[in-house]
Structures are given as structure tokens and as C-alpha cells.
Design a protein around this ligand. Structure first.
Ligand code: PLP
Length: 459
């Protein structure tokens, strides 16, 4: 007998959570349960997430920087609904998908410099994989250089350019010929480039998961000069920093650097439909698609699909019309200034840094003995535990969703949608100040945290 399936699945039902646990990822459910963050959301708009119990959570995580335009922006929804109503060729594979042309032109114009062609895919990792193929084709070399602390994605090629054993373990062997260099170190870069083995240098202009690490003012421009000298292409992974997150369309625009390739994804399609874009120079494009018979030598079934392209165009409309880049610049600076002011003097706060609406609070081990003992006990359980407890406190005590950086567990990432209001930023500042105060003065903070840590070991 065929079981009847309800036509509308209620997202918040407990049976759908069980189904997820039974058939998708039970460990993720266990982790959310442990952190007491297994909350069901029924409506998401702008910066606000409404839970099934009617509470409002402020989103300062933006789905890992997917929601620059805010959750479910009405213009993007309207445009997608219109596209669906047209019943046009969403994925035909035998025609010219003209919306891809419109979006490609708009992205290349905004990016500027040498970037004049776009290849569309579905994820940041796919964009990075494509860039690996493009730099190899364009240079005839195999080697790939990447920076310590980088996050480029979890497919095998992208993962081969991430040094952290946490991500790599069990999945090897990685691609041959990848070499890690320290971020911001031009000497290390040049000594590798000199071998002329490298097809591409892959860098995030601002390392997001690496701990919101900013480049030295001249680093990217000098890296470009060195790459040109030794025949290596410069690839900027702007998956997280692009689309005005750092205040300009590309973070590269802050540094006057002109890369050969830029990878965009995440916020490109409004946080609703997957989409990535690899923007490249004509020279790079022509090295891959160099004849009629190679016109589809690198492609992807969902590339250029009309829904993603429409979402991309609508997202650009929103970002431009609402001037969200200049807003991110202005409010981001204000946020960091206010945080520096409020968190000054707390010994565990090492630095507050960022650009545009991408900021981080870096914590450090305390010196006071009682705090140090608690902190070390805690760190012994797991390196990420301290940061997770900060995330948990912000969530439970203040209704704010955040994350710690994926490759630097001592940095709390602050990345709300760019439509965030000043009063929502003030709410965050008050909340962060209260959590930081508590960790410096309350033994209960540490005893509760240690209990959590012990439970984590036992499950
Ligand atoms: C800088 C950067 N590059 C690439 C990726 C991979 O993107 P995706 O998860 O869409 O494959 C990420 C994901 O967080 C990222 O932050």
C-alpha cells in the first residue's frame, strides 16, 4: 500500500525533524539539540526570523553571508514569481539563455578591470573548481597556491586549497601541486612563484572563515604584480566578501587590485536559489572555449538557468536601489567603533576588526588565574567550545543568531543582512557587551559552559 503524503509539509512539524534525523543528517540534529538551538522558523523577513513559538530572532549570520539583501526580499520574490508565471525556457540546454547574458554583462561591468566573461554554476565550490580548470588551461601549468586559513569550499579541488586537517581528514588524497603560503606574506609568495610552477594564486581578499583577516593595504596589489611577473593568474574568491558585503561590489575594489578571475556565489542570487559566477578575462575564457567543438567543454546542467539568473538580476536591483553597499560601509564602521568602545578593557577581547558589514570579535585566553583555569578546562574539551558557548548565550539570552569562524574558533563573526537597522545593531552591541561582561565576572557562565562541554563529550 502506498502511504499518502501530505501535499503541504509543515516545515515546523516534529515529524519532519525526525525524518531529517532519520534520512539526512542525524549528527547535525544532535549538535543543534546539544546547543539548544534546534529551533523551527516559520517566517524570515529582512533581518528577523520568527520561530514557531512566535519569538523573534535577529539574524547576524545571514546563512553564511547568503542574505545580503535580507531574507525573502519582496522584489526578489516578485521577480521570481513573475519568471515562473512566464512558463519560459528555464532549462532548455538548446538555446541562448538570454538572461545569463544580461546578468553576465551587469556583473562584469560592476566588477570592472579585465573581467569580461562569466561562467555560471550553482555553488561557491563549483565556482572554485571551475577557476582551477580555467587557470590550468590558461597557463599550461598545474600548481595552485593558496593562503593559510583559507576557506574555498568542500569539493575535492577546493578542499585541496584548504590546509586545515579538520576539513581534509579522511578525504584524501588531495590534488597534487597545491602549496600553502602564509596570508599577507609577499616573500613567501615570491619564493613560490619564482619556480614558475603555479597556474593560479587563490586568495580571499578578506579571509572570512579564517577569522575576518584583512589584507595589509598593499598586499593584494603587490601580489598581483608578482603574479604578473611570474606568469601566475590571480584568482580572488569573493564568495563571501563580494556583492557589497564588504561595502564595495567586490572587496577587491577597496585595494585597487585587478584579478584575472573572481568567484562570486552566496548572496549573488538573493539567498533563495543557488547560483555562482566565475568572472574572468577574455584571455582566460579563450584558453578554455577556444573553438566551436569546445564550446561546451566546461559546463554544468543548471548553469544559466532562468530562475537563478532572474534571482541574480533582482538581487542586484535591490543592492543598488537601496544603496546597501554604502550603507554597509557606514553602519559597519559605526558598529565596530561602538563595539570597540563598549568592549574596551575586557582582557578576553583581543581585537574588533572588519570591513563593511563583515566584522569579527577576536577573543583571547585570559590572564587572571580563576578565568584562565576555567578557560583552559574548557578548551581542553574542544577548541571550538568557547566560541560555541558565546554563540549559544547570544542566541538564548538575547535572541541573536551568530556563528564562530569556521577556521578560527576564537573569532565571533558578525554578518547581518545589509538591510540591518541601526537599532538592530544597537541590540547586538548591548547583547555582546552583556555576554562579554558575564564571561569576565560570572562563575556561573563557566560552570554552565563546562556542563555543556561534558555533555558534548558524553554523547
Ligand atoms: C570564501 C568561500 N569560498 C567558497 C565557499 C564555498 O561555497 P559553497 O559552500 O557555496 O560551495 C565558501 C563557503 O563558505 C566561502 O566562504
Amino acid at each position: 500500500m502506498i502511504e499518502s503524503v501530505p501535499s503541504v509539509i509543515e516545515p515546523a512539524s516534529s515529524s519532519s525533524v525526525e525524518d531529517f534525523s532519520d534520512h539526512v543528517n542525524p549528527q547535525w540534529v544532535r549538535l543543534l539539540d546539544l546547543l539548544q538551538m534546534n529551533t523551527q522558523y516559520v517566517r524570515c523577513e529582512g533581518v528577523e526570523l520568527t520561530t514557531q513559538h512566535g519569538e523573534t530572532i535577529l539574524d547576524f549570520l545571514s546563512g553564511y553571508c547568503v542574505h545580503n539583501a535580507g531574507h525573502n526580499h519582496p522584489w526578489i520574490l516578485d521577480q521570481l514569481q513573475e519568471e515562473l508565471q512566464r512558463r519560459g525556457p528555464v532549462m532548455l540546454q538548446s538555446h541562448v539563455p538570454n538572461l545569463a547574458g544580461v546578468l553576465g554583462k551587469r556583473l562584469c561591468t560592476l566588477a570592472g578591470g579585465k573581467l569580461n566573461k562569466a561562467f555560471f554554476g550553482c555553488s561557491g565550490s563549483e565556482g572554485v573548481e571551475s577557476a582551477i580548470k580555467f587557470v590550468r588551461a590558461a597557463t599550461g601549468r598545474a600548481g595552485l597556491l593558496y593562503a593559510q586559513g583559507a576557506f574555498h569550499g568542500l569539493t575535492c579541488g577546493a578542499l585541496s586549497m584548504m590546509g586545515d586537517e579538520f576539513w581534509r581528514g579522511k578525504f584524501g588524497p588531495m590534488l597534487d601541486g597545491t602549496v600553502e603560503i602564509p596570508f599577507n606574506d609577499l616573500h613567501a609568495l615570491e619564493s613560490q612563484l619564482r619556480t614558475r610552477r603555479f597556474a593560479g594564486l587563490f586568495l580571499e581578499p578578506i579571509q572570512a572563515e579564517g577569522g575576518i583577516r584583512l589584507p595589509e593595504p598593499h598586499y593584494l596589489r603587490d601580489a598581483q604584480t608578482l603574479c604578473e611577473r611570474y606568469g601566475t593568474l590571480l584568482v580572488l574568491d569573493e564568495v563571501q566578501t563580494g556583492m557589497y558585503r564588504a561595502g564595495r561590489f567586490l572587496a577587491a575594489h577597496h585595494y585597487g587590485v585587478e584579478p584575472d578571475i573572481v568567484v562570486l556565489a552566496k548572496s549573488l542570487s538573493g539567498g533563495i536559489i543557488p547560483c555562482s559566477a566565475v568572472l574572468m578575462s577574455d584571455r582566460v575564457y579563450e584558453s578554455v572555449f577556444d573553438s566551436l567543438k569546445r564550446s561546451i567543454v566546461h559546463t554544468s546542467t543548471f548553469s544559466d538557468n532562468a530562475m537563478s539568473m532572474r534571482a541574480g538580476l533582482a538581487t542586484l536591483d535591490v543592492l543598488e536601489r537601496e544603496a546597501l553597499g554604502s550603507r554597509a560601509l557606514m553602519l559597519g564602521q559605526k558598529l565596530r567603533d561602538r563595539l570597540r568602545n563598549r568592549l574596551a578593557g575586557y582582557e578576553m577581547v583581543r581585537e574588533i576588526r572588519g570591513q563593511g558589514m563583515l566584522s569579527g570579535i577576536e577573543f583571547q585566553a585570559p590572564k587572571q588565574v580563576w578565568l584562565r583555569v576555567a578557560f583552559e578546562a574548557f578548551r581542553a574539551i574542544h577548541k571550538s567550545m568557547f566560541g560555541q558557548v558565546v554563540v549559544m548565550r547570544l542566541f538564548h539570552d538575547h535572541g541573536i543568531l551568530t556563528q564562530i569562524c569556521g577556521n578560527n574558533f576564537m573569532v565571533l563573526k558578525i554578518a547581518p543582512p545589509l538591510v540591518v537597522s541601526e537599532s538592530q545593531l544597537e541590540t547586538f552591541i548591548d547583547a555582546a557587551a552583556e555576554v562579554v561582561h558575564t564571561m569576565h565576572h560570572s562563575r556561573t557562565f563557566w560552570s554552565e559552559a563546562l556542563n555543556l562541554g561534558r555533555r558534548a563529550i558524553n554523547i
